[in-house]
Design a protein around this ligand. Structure first.
Ligand code: AMP
Length: 190
């Protein structure tokens, strides 16, 4: 299995690139943000639990997020591998992911971080908010809080996988095709 953690701040292009990576490498794409939005759209108990955190741009508690992710991975044990998009966002989530993958006889192959500076991110997310209807993409304070949360709680995950030589960074500025080329070079070297 090839298991990629697609990493980077909100608005760095993870979702766009994940779709292209799925086409080329036939992996299962798991976006915890998309899963939460699906649950909220259906007003499920899980969606109701997640809603207030997402509205403020804070992280949904680890136990909720990890449980949801586990169900999704266990449902696809025959997959060629996974692209984790927006997960793990804390060290605890990274440890849970490692344990989960070890349990099915595999591991994280690589983490690739898309690097985009803060002001570019704010502009991109506002633009996305105008068409996506996502409330957390439409309020600048919430967007800036998401960036802060990323810096404080999520960037340690990059260092965590760097300890085993698995972390890579690519420039997240450029055309979709250029950025995809940078990601594919790393994928093809795994
Ligand atoms: P995203 O679409 O990845 O930007 O996620 C949107 C929102 O969902 C985030 O701002 C968090 O509130 C929540 N969320 C998504 N993934 C996670 C995660 N791995 N851990 C905690 N909260 C998450």
């Amino acid at each position: 299995m090839i298991n990629l953690v697609l990493f980077g701040p909100p608005g760095s292009g993870k979702g766009t690139q994940a779709s292209k990576l799925v086409e080329k490498y036939h992996l299962i794409h798991i976006s915890t943000g998309d899963l939460f939005r699906y649950e909220m759209g259906n007003d499920t108990p899980l969606g109701q639990q997640a809603k207030s955190y997402i509205a403020k741009g804070e992280l949904v508690p680890d136990e909720v997020t990890i449980g949801m992710l586990r169900n999704k991975v266990e449902a696809h044990q025959d997959a060629k591998g996974f692209i984790f998009d927006g997960f793990p966002r804390t060290i605890r989530q990274a440890q849970a992911l490692d344990a989960l993958l070890t349990g099915i006889g595999t591991s994280v192959s690589a983490l690739i971080a898309l690097q985009v500076d803060d002001e570019e991110i704010v502009q991109r997310i506002k633009l996305r908010g105008a068409s996506s209807g996502r409330p957390d993409d439409s309020d600048e304070n919430v967007i800036r809080n998401r960036i802060e949360v990323y810096k404080n709680e999520t960037t340690p995950v990059f260092d965590y996988y760097a300890q085993t030589g698995k972390s890579h960074s690519v420039n997240g500025i450029g055309s979709i095709a250029e950025i995809f080329g940078r990601l594919a070079d790393i994928m093809d070297s795994l």
